[in-house]
Design a protein around this ligand. Structure first.
Ligand code: NAD
Length: 405
């Protein structure tokens, strides 16, 4: 299997075959502006010192300061971070916000660290990159295994080093530390707005049967939002396994069960299934909300969803994308579907700089408008070029970046 950056570059090759963009412009998008790695020494609780590898990729800042989350995961490596930074560049362009693309990470399994070790590691990441960060330079946010608490440690560390008191160098902060209302659920909510905008066009009724892969921040919020809006969530999964209930899961009880037992498995009234089986359940909508490369040429022919909404980044390989396109299974792509997260991050940054605090209603109204407009424009591009929704989103994004370059 190719790494995520190779997949991202295959997508770039494909869009260049569909629309005749300037060759130098396409070439300029094949490499990040900066690709920085640092060693982060961390004092462990047993007094030993362990060194971790940290990354920040600043891909492109034509549209504004670099923007993108920080991922903590044992499999995180530079090609994954580069791919995520490339997709961030396009994502900001799809939703038309004045931000560029970046991404960060640390190769670590955070579950093996104590809380104070996690705090030292997070502060260490900031020390390593403080000279490139800043509200008008590079603005990180949470991603997989990072959250508001970690952002609060990072803001504090950055303020100590740089003296910057705006709080606008990190987004996804807790509300009492300058965070925005609506940020936690923004990605799921944004995905829901996009889905509802395109639903009729994609031939789906107003009560859909939905399967969600991944029950973390994005997946659990998305499942709840779809459920609250009249859809039925029949299956969900996490890294330990999946559960299925034909007539729909009671998500509040599922959340409580996961909290109590640490896993989704053995939820009363539901059937335990494997993560592979979950992807192949017949449904109206499959929502990958975990990691890259989960739908590949090995299982794309077995997918029985009518539509796929990519809330994770890069869950479908380019080979699988071709298979799904031929099978008439529309994919609402990551750079559109999950861009609600960065959109509300941008709102948070703007509120911090203007010293404002918007209500949740204001935030969600602004988000809805942007997501609906972006979904409609993306669909128009895909129709104009007789191509997939993904390629429509790529064309929309690249046209906007090219115009400013
Ligand atoms: P998270 O760490 O909160 O959740 C990830 C979930 O995936 C966890 O429930 C984990 O158990 C599950 N998982 C891991 N391996 C799995 C497997 N093999 N099968 C099923 N589930 C598995 O992370 P998150 O913030 O929810 O991010 C999920 C995805 O959404 C990532 O691709 C991320 O880049 C993307 N994303 C996140 C945001 C955001 O605002 N957090 C914004 C845009 C995109």
């Amino acid at each position: 299997m190719k790494n995520p950056f190779q997949n991202a570059m295959a997508q770039l090759d494909k869009v260049a075959r569909i629309k005749n963009f300037d060759a130098h412009f396409i070439e300029s998008l094949r490499k990040p502006n900066n690709d920085i790695r640092v060693s982060i020494p961390v004092k462990m609780d047993d007094d030993s010192t362990k060194t971790f590898e940290g990354y920040r990729v600043e891909y492109n800042n034509i549209l504004g300061p670099y923007k993108g989350g920080i991922r903590y995961h044992p499999d995180t490596e530079i090609n994954e971070v580069k791919a995520l930074a490339f997709w961030m560049t396009l994502k900001c362009a799809v939703v038309g916000i004045p931000m560029g693309g970046g991404k960060g990470g640390i190769t670590v399994d955070p579950k093996t660290l104590s809380k104070i070790e996690l705090e030292r590691l997070s502060r260490g990441w900031v020390k390593g990159f403080a000279n490139i960060l800043g509200p008008h330079k590079d603005v990180p946010a949470p991603d997989v295994n990072t959250n508001g608490e970690i952002m609060a440690w990072m803001v504090d560390e950055f303020e100590k080093i740089s003296g910057d008191k705006s709080g606008a160098t990190f987004t996804g902060k807790p509300i009492d530390k300058g965070g925005s209302e609506g940020r936690t659920e923004a990605t799921g909510m944004g995905g829901f707005y996009v889905f509802e905008t395109l639903r009729k066009e994609l031939g789906l009724k107003n009560k859909c049967k939905i399967v969600v892969q991944g029950f973390g921040n994005v997946g659990s919020n998305a499942a709840r939002i779809f459920r609250e809006n009249g859809h039925i969530v029949v299956a969900v999964s996490d890294s330990h396994g999946a559960i299925f209930k034909e007539d729909g899961l009671d998500l509040e009880k599922v959340e409580a069960h996961k909290k109590n037992t640490g896993s989704l498995k053995n939820f009363t009234g539901a059937k335990n299934i494997t993560n592979e089986e979950l992807l192949e359940i017949p449904s109206d909508l499959l929502v990958p909300a975990a990691f890259e490369n989960v739908i590949t040429d090995a299982n794309a022919n077995k997918i029985q969803a009518r539509v796929i909404l990519e809330l994770a980044n890069g869950p479908i390989t380019p080979e699988a994308d071709e298979i799904l396109f031929k099978r008439n299974i529309p994919v609402i792509p990551d750079i559109l579907a999950n861009s609600g997260g960065v959109t509300v991050s941008y709102f948070e940054w703007a509120q911090n700089l203007k010293k404002e605090h918007w209500t949740k209603e204001e935030v969600l109204n602004k988000l809805k408008k942007i997501m609906e407009e972006s979904a409609i424009k993306t669909l128009q591009k895909s129709k104009e070029y007789k191509t997939s929704i993904r390629m429509g989103a790529f064309i929309l994004a690249l046209e906007r970046i090219q115009k400013k370059s």
